[in-house]
Ligand binder design. Structure first.
Ligand code: FES
Length: 365
């Protein structure tokens, strides 16, 4: 399978969701439908030249599976976020580079299930796609969505959520938690943290023990807190999926750290000077790199190569490739499963060679 490549898509609609969030809808041409097939919970990576810099940012799809010719993403403005600031100004008819859907925070539609979705802020976007797709595609399944925001003005996709509530009265439960606005039901006020989840469970408003699958999407502290609460309630970790937001406001690869040399080696014992063969789209190219100053991704970019990547932070797996020869060590890994590491996969945005020669295959999926 070929590595993911960008397509130029036209924006079919832009809708204001909140004062600082928009929903951007892309038209998917007939000949790109296969490439843009998706599973609920996946994201699109957008690419743009902003101030002369090649920037990328991933945004989760909020469309239901039934939507064949459009994909909508939710974009919330981040303070000093160059890409989100750029994206907020996009308008109908603009064209932008978009990578086909990626991500593992997914649901395979089919069967009868109880889903518990925990979302905070713009973490609602993949959860909305999951809720819409499950409710439409699994007639006997139920979805409980617990959605945390500061106040009602910051609730994204409120109309869509209310529509789901009206349409699936017995199978969809929507609970809002707010920490800057007082709601009538006292228990729904405050932060969505471990204590709040335990309180909601003890009052029977959520039932993690009964859920077949629990999806958590939001900022890292919320994910940690929710995961801790689920574990304390006896939920096995194989029933929990989470989507970690990219913490950095920019989307260009973070400059690789410059650690001190230790006995002629870089971080994690990686060799300083290494020859790396990169196989991409059937072609092979060799670069020289210094593991003390670069990851494979940043070294390849310096050599003028256009490798697939998105978050550059070890979270999204877009840069996944297989080690064919040699070994490499990752600085961070938030996304590869143990079996993938066992099978020789690595993340090029995090990988530094341990050996003098390293061969990486980006076509191996
Ligand atoms: S680009 Fe996201 S994990 Fe490497």
């Amino acid at each position: 399978m070929a590595a993911p490549r960008f397509h130029e898509l036209e924006i079919a609609a832009v809708r204001n969701e909140t004062p600082d969030a928009v929903a951007i809808t892309f038209a998917i041409p007939e000949d790109s439908r296969d490439a843009f097939a998706f599973l609920p919970g996946q994201y699109l990576t957008l690419r743009a030249d902003i101030g002369g810099e090649d920037m990328r940012r991933s945004y989760s799809i909020c469309s239901p599976l039934s939507e064949k010719d459009r994909r909508t993403v939710g974009v919330k403005h981040i303070e000093n976020g160059r890409f989100s600031g750029f994206a907020q100004k996009l308008k109908k008819g603009d064209r932008i580079q978009v990578m086909p859907p990626q991500g593992r925070f997914t649901v395979e539609i089919g069967g009868d299930h109880d889903y518990l979705l925990l979302a905070a802020g713009s973490g609602i976007t993949p959860c909305l796609s999951i809720a819409k797709s499950v409710l439409a595609g699994e007639p006997n399944s139920s979805v409980t969505l617990l959605y945390a925001n500061r106040n009602s003005a910051s609730v994204m996709f409120l109309d869509d959520l209310n529509d789901l509530k009206d349409r699936y009265t017995t199978r969809f439960t929507l609970l809002h938690v707010m920490d800057e606005e007082v709601q009538d039901v006292e228990i729904m006020n405050g932060r969505l943290d471990a204590a709040k989840l335990e309180t909601l469970a003890s009052h029977g408003l959520i039932d993690p023990a009964r859920a077949d699958a629990i999806y958590i999407c939001g900022p890292e502290p919320m994910i940690r807190s929710a995961s801790t609460a689920m574990a304390a309630m006896g939920v096995n970790e194989d029933r929990i999926k989470f989507e970690l937001f990219t913490p950095a406001p920019g989307s260009a690869p973070a400059p690789a750290p410059k650690p001190k040399a230790v006995n002629g080696k870089g971080p994690n014992g990686a060799k300083h000077g290494a020859s790396v063969d990169i196989i991409l789209d059937g072609a092979r190219r060799t670069i020289r790199m210094d593991a003390a100053t670069d990851t494979v991704l940043t070294a390849a970019q310096k050599a003028g190569m256009d490798l697939p990547y998105s978050c550059a932070g070890g979270m999204c797996c877009t840069c996944r490739c297989r080690i064919v020869e040699g070994t490499a060590t990752m600085d961070e890994n938030f996304s590869l499963e143990p079996w993938e590491i066992e099978a020789g996969f690595t993340l090029s945005c995090q990988a530094r060679p341990d050996t003098d020669r390293l061969v990486l295959d980006f076509d191996a999926q």
